[in-house]
Design a protein around this ligand. Structure first.
Ligand SMILES: [Zn+2]
Length: 762
């Protein structure tokens, strides 16, 4: 990515240099951010508090007023959304003052208090059968893997959400009883692990545990009691911390969002105790993830895990691209790092990830949230629904719109900082600052000050990394400015009614994936551009209750049919032509696919409920000619093959299978990469024209599983599909009968790979 490497050197002490404003001093004005915020209020109020509270009431031995929600809420992670819900309501009431949201928050808190009081041991949580699991752990029975603890689904991750919720209810929404509840719950944890050694606690931390170290550090700060800081240390996973302190990136293959919250915790502890080595580890992590492990939208991970830094090929092929939770947490980490360093690089990343990932993960009409944002060309995203989808990314998703205003402004002493160009009003003591613009459609922003009396201070406006020549106009006149640490800085005596305009011209840039392979994403200013491909076959677009319903499992389009660029890297931007009269819209030219020639690139965050493309491969004319020759050669070979074919079946295609008297007892079918397929756990069979056939060919998807092949009940061979997804069997003699029954079976206790085609040839 195009972010300057941040200084890894830790400051002597990690004192906060920059203060952000409480969320209730910022109100959003008309923009996509405000629209999403309003849609989120609707979503929050649409959730049934009693269903979210049910796991907590059960955990306290009280009768639940409603059934748990389903999906992740009644299969082990019971209560995790309830914790996020408290956070989201707290931020939302602070950000908007909405009375219904306030009432909902107070109701949820009073019910949670009732649960905690009923138990008498300070515990509060939705984890099923709490006495068993926490009893086992207290006694030192610990059997942890990354997704489980004593055969339960990440109970520490689950309980972290209610810790964070109570903290936010107190710190953000000012609900005083939440602080008492939080302290009691933390005292319970001290008791819970009191008989365990530090090593045993480290064993616990093998399983995903959110940012428990962060919340314990927060409790230490809120109470001034060092025993909570000790707990925060005990809950800091040393396996991750130690290599980072040595500047070693061992993240490849790790579950990404298990790690990011821990790093936030390290940072909190580092700041409170002035630990420069911990601080250095955190900066190293941020730098690696942002600059080597993130795609253009600011997100990371493939199938939830960090991919190798030198290979983004599988990420670009996957239907499970960057996960929303990861970026939610990267923004939180960026905020903490910015506050102690005043380094605007953290905000440059924040802006990129906020507009292009976080903002785009919400459906602006239906209000649903996205889990994975595939980078696969021509794929699509799935949206949550309030009554069915109870995933982690819904938990963080409902928080995001309430937090949009968090980083727009900041201050360094009396100096006022404008970091983001989101229409809004800031109230700070006896001053208000109103920001109005059509950003990013218009590359400028207008600031108006209202002051009780004139005041001298410096106004500092972030000069974004994507802008070469910013212009400053005060009360209609151009003004020279100083550039201080990347900020357009103007210090003077300000009076009420002063108007400041900042012009930040944007231009196009093209960036490759971090592995440097010639696959390009285009940006205009900070805005990632994407092409809308189609709205076809978006199976499961609005998620149902099914496990895995968060994954866009509809057909994957063949990548060779998706638009790619023909040309040279040096003039890559010549492929984009501005479309007159349409801001931030470009026609894409010089493509491999005539059907897509001139397709429009628009801001990705504006696209929803569609298949899209963000990354475009680049071929030189020579490479493309070669590729076309390969395609032509394959076509020729195919024609010869067709001429020699006595019969063929396309597995998983209804007509083709029924034409061949398909039989099966335990099989299922699907569609990927432009190919229908079928898998069986027992066997499938087809009746095929066979006279004169000498070879049997099977095509499908490469895999380790094997296929036992028989003809007319006589076993031929057990085959495995090669890397090209093919296998061939020579028949002992040319087949005499007119037809033959071909049976493909799984090995005992296994299943076959995805089989696409069975063919008999002369
Ligand atoms: Zn998630």
């Amino acid at each position: 990515m195009a972010f300057a490497t941040v200084s890894i050197a830790a400051t002597a002490n990690n004192e906060k240099r920059i203060e952000t404003f409480p969320i209730n001093s910022v109100r959003l004005a008309d923009s996509q951010f405000l629209k999403n915020q309003q849609a989120d209020i609707h979503y929050l109020l649409g959730l049934d508090a009693d269903r979210l509270l049910a796991p907590y009431l059960k955990g306290a031995g009280l009768p639940a007023k409603a059934d748990n929600y389903s999906n992740w809420e009644n299969t082990g992670l019971d209560g995790h959304i309830g914790g996020h819900y408290v956070s989201a309501l707290s931020y939302m009431v602070a950000a908007t003052g909405n009375k219904e949201i306030a009432a909902r928050l107070d109701y949820v808190l009073s019910e949670l208090k009732r649960c905690q009081d009923a138990r008498k041991d300070g515990y509060l949580g939705g984890v099923p059968e709490p006495d068993q699991i926490w009893g086992e752990i207290a006694k030192g029975t610990i059997n942890a893997n990354s997704f489980g603890l004593n055969n339960r689904w990440v109970p520490l991750y689950n309980i972290h959400k209610i810790y964070a919720g109570l903290r936010d209810a107190y710190v953000i929404a000012g609900r005083k009883q939440a602080k008492d509840m939080l302290v009691k719950l933390t005292d319970w944890m001290i008791q819970e692990v009191s008989q365990l050694t530090d090593d045993q606690i480290q064993q616990l931390l093998i399983s995903e545990h959110g940012g428990l170290n962060e919340t314990f550090a927060d409790v230490a700060e809120l109470t001034g009691d060092k025993k909570y800081l000790k707990l925060a240390h005990q809950f800091s996973d040393q396996r991750i911390l130690q290599p980072l302190m040595k500047g070693e990136d061992k993240l490849t293959g790790m579950h990404a969002n298990t790690q990011i919250p821990k790093i936030i915790g390290y940072k909190r502890i580092a700041d409170m105790e002035g630990l420069s080595d911990w601080d250095r580890a955190v900066k190293f992590f941020w730098d690696v993830v942002v600059n080597k492990r993130s795609v253009s939208i600011g997100g990371n991970s493939e199938r939830e895990h960090f991919n190798p830094t030198d290979n983004f090929t599988t990420l670009l092929a996957s239907e499970q691209g960057p996960e929303s939770c990861n970026t939610y947490n990267m923004l939180r980490l960026s905020k903490l790092l910015y506050q102690t360093t005043a380094d605007k690089n953290y905000i440059d990343y924040y802006e990129r990830a906020l507009y292009n990932h976080i903002l785009s993960t919400m459906n602006p009409v239906q209000g649903g949230f996205v889990y994975f944002t595939p980078m696969r060309a021509g794929h699509y995203r799935v949206y949550s629904q309030p009554q069915t989808s109870m995933w982690c990314c819904v938990g963080t998703g409902i928080e995001n719109p309430a937090r949009y205003g968090e980083m727009i402004y900041a201050h360094e002493g009396n100096d006022l900082i404008v970091n983001l160009f989101i229409p809004s009003t800031l109230t700070w003591n006896d001053m208000t600052l109103k920001q109005e613009n059509q950003f990013p459609q218009q590359p400028s922003t207008d600031l108006t000050l209202t002051l009780k009396k004139s005041k001298t201070f410096a106004l500092k406006i972030r000069k974004p990394a994507w802008c070469d020549n910013a212009k400053l106009v005060v009360n209609g006149s151009p003004v020279d400015y100083q550039l201080d640490n990347g900020y357009i800085t103007i210090k003077r005596q300000w009076k009420s009614g002063d108007r400041i305009r900042v012009e930040t011209p944007m231009h196009l840039t093209a960036i490759t994936t971090p592995d440097g392979k010639p696959q390009y994403s285009f940006l205009y200013g900070p805005i990632v551009l994407a092409a809308k491909i189609s709205t076809d076959q978006q199976d499961g677009l609005f998620a149902d209750d099914s496990r895995g319903g968060h994954i866009a499992n509809g057909p994957k389009l063949p990548q060779v049919q998706m638009p790619a660029l023909i040309g040279n890297a040096s003039d890559i931007l010549s492929h984009l032509e501005p479309v007159k009269g349409q801001p931030i819209t470009f026609a894409l030219k010089g493509l491999t696919t005539p059907a897509y020639e001139g397709i429009h690139l628009v801001p990705f965050y504006q696209l929803y409920e569609c298949r899209y493309q963000i990354y475009f491969p680049l071929y030189s004319q020579e490479e493309w000619s070669k590729k076309q020759e390969e395609i032509a050669a394959a076509e020729k070979a195919n024609m010869l093959l067709e001429a020699a074919t006595t019969d063929k079946v396309f597995c998983g295609e209804q007509q083709s299978e029924s034409d061949h008297f398909f039989k099966s007892s335990n099989s299922w079918n699907g569609y990927d990469e432009g190919m229908h397929w079928r898998i069986t756990r027992t066997s499938i069979s087809y009746q095929m024209k066979a006279q004169g056939a000498t070879t049997l060919r099977v095509k499908g998807f490469a895999g380790y599983e094997r296929i036992v092949v028989s003809i007319d009940g006589k076993q031929l061979e057990t085959i495995r599909l090669n890397q090209q997804g093919q296998a061939e069997i020579k028949l002992p003699t040319a087949y005499q009968n007119e037809t033959a029954t071909i049976t493909l079976a799984a090995e005992s206790g296994r299943q076959t790979p995805r089989i696409h085609e069975v063919r008999l040839c002369k």
